[in-house]
Design a binder for this molecule. Structure first.
Ligand code: CMC
Length: 434
């Protein structure tokens, strides 16, 4: 029996042996390794937990983002998302995530200068992006090109040096919009547009996306603000699938470009960042309000999934979805309304009253309305997840920097429960096939 304080401990009895163990509870968790002492006999492996999808397993200590899913609370470094979306801007939020506190005026100016200075990419990046097929998905292009940056900055592998880490963090936040915009231009067969460093971060991104022959592209300020807010809303979300991918790959001590490239890959999937693209395709497929009841029946029968609904953590509402709904109104004021909005609103209304969704605590998530806004900007659905990735980059990097400085961390290596054959006898092919 382990000797730990009775109050902050868990006492468990292994009914196979009758043996009782006290296991320490710290921060409302038990250390999984403490279960290892529970074993049938010395030759057997110790007890482990089985947790596909890490539904109830903490993989790290983190001070970046706090979420209370039941209360619908999201805070970056302690600041509520509602306040940041209303009163801050994306680069200030990026600073906050990376550095852990808000910048002074001098720190902010230096940060904006650094990011702006690094928006250009090496000319060779342009050549290899041009090598993609005409119909390449921009997320595939982003994943490949951000990973390829590791070959342009081989010094990035020196992850134990704080100044070096800072350099790569600045480079990546600065260059993601350039890579994302070029992936977009590629699909359209349009020339890639170089960064305009007279513009702010988000305005420059819009310029690289939409500029044609005019000498300067100046987007409507209301659209710049709305996109900036969307970036803020996506900037971090604690241990989600892509952040877990960044941390998992980063735990091998590879350079951050390779780790973030893994994050982009994870985000690409339809259950994660790819959901915004899937929502729009779903709304188009439903086509009109009359078809909603049949669609909902399909969801309840298990033949469909209501994309943009449900969340692993939020079981009440997603605070980001509320802010996005307001941003959607601002954007539609400039662009005119999106006819799919009516279908989305009706779908939301019906779903929120339907027992299937109520019982399972399924509410609209961040992706339910973001696709409608992106479409109003005239982004094709393939671009939606790229926008999510640009917003999420500071979060991935803040989490990566935290990981590499965390003495508790080890290379990620989950256990498995082996279910296959054992100790078979191999017969060479020539004998098996004769
Ligand atoms: N439509 C219909 N049923 C659903 C949905 C949905 N969108 N989401 C969950 N359910 C059902 C699910 O079938 C299950 O029912 P039952 O208990 O009868 O088997 C129950 O609700 C619990 O769902 P789960 O799959 O165990 O929940 P999860 O925590 O593993 O999955 C999720 C979370 C986000 C993957 C899931 O809700 C989903 O697939 N949603 C649609 C995709 C989506 O919008 N993703 C974006 C998430 S927010 C942005 C981001 O962070 O990436």
């Amino acid at each position: 029996m382990t000797d730990v304080a009775a109050k902050d401990s868990l006492t468990v009895t292994d009914n196979r042996t009758g043996q009782t163990y006290d296991i320490a509870i710290t921060d409302n968790t038990i250390a999984a390794k403490d279960l290892g002492q529970i074993r049938l006999d010395e030759d057997q492996p110790g007890l482990a937990t089985y947790d596909p999808g890490f539904v109830n397993t903490a993989s790290c200590r983190s001070s970046v983002t706090y979420i209370d899913g039941d209360k619908g609370i999201l805070e970056y470094r302690g600041y509520p998302i509602e306040q940041l979306a209303e009163k801050s801007n994306f680069l200030e939020v990026a600073y906050l995530l990376i550095h852990g506190e808000l910048p002074t005026k001098e720190q902010y100016d230096a940060w904006v200068h650094e990011i702006t200075y690094h928006t250009f990419v090496h000319e060779n990046v342009k050549s290899f992006m041009q090598g993609f097929r005409y119909d390449a998905h921009p997320m595939g292009m982003l994943m490949a090109s951000v990973g390829a940056l590791s070959t342009f900055y081989p010094d990035a592998r020196n992850i134990s040096d704080a100044d070096n880490r800072h350099m790569q963090i600045v480079r990546m936040i600065a260059k993601m919009p350039t890579l994302g915009a070029w992936a977009f231009r590629h699909a359209q067969g349009k020339p890639y547009v170089y960064p305009d460093n007279d513009l702010g971060y988000t305005a420059n991104f819009l310029s690289m996306l939409f500029k044609m022959s005019e000498s300067k592209f100046e987007a409507d300020e209301r659209l710049v603000k709305a996109l900036d807010v969307l970036f803020i809303l996506h900037a971090d979300h604690e241990q989600n699938c892509s952040t877990n991918a960044v941390r998992s790959v980063g735990s091998s001590q590879v350079d951050p470009y390779s780790a973030v490239s893994a994050g982009v890959g994870a985000l690409y999937g339809p259950l994660h960042g790819g959901a915004n693209e899937a929502v729009l395709r779903m709304l188009k497929r439903i086509g009109s309000k009359e078809n909603i009841p049949a669609f909902i029946d399909g969801v309840k029968d298990g033949n469909e999934r209501l994309m943009g609904f449900g969340h692993r953590v939020y079981k009440n509402y997603d605070p980001r979805a509320k802010i996005i709904k307001k941003s959607a109104e601002d954007v539609f004021e400039v662009t005119g309304t999106n006819p799919l909005l009516d279908i989305a609103l009706e779908l939301e209304k019906i779903a929120l009253e339907d027992e299937y969704f109520v019982k399972r605590k399924l509410y609209p998530n961040v992706d339910f309305y973001s696709g409608l806004i992106y479409e109003a900007f005239q982004f094709p659905p393939e671009m939606f997840t790229v926008l999510f990735a640009i917003g999420r980059t500071p979060g991935w990097l803040a989490q990566w920097a935290e990981l590499v400085q965390d003495k508790d961390q080890k290379i990620a290596r989950p256990k498995q429960i082996y279910t296959g054959d054992r100790e078979l006898t191999f017969t060479p092919a020539a004998e098996r096939w004769s």
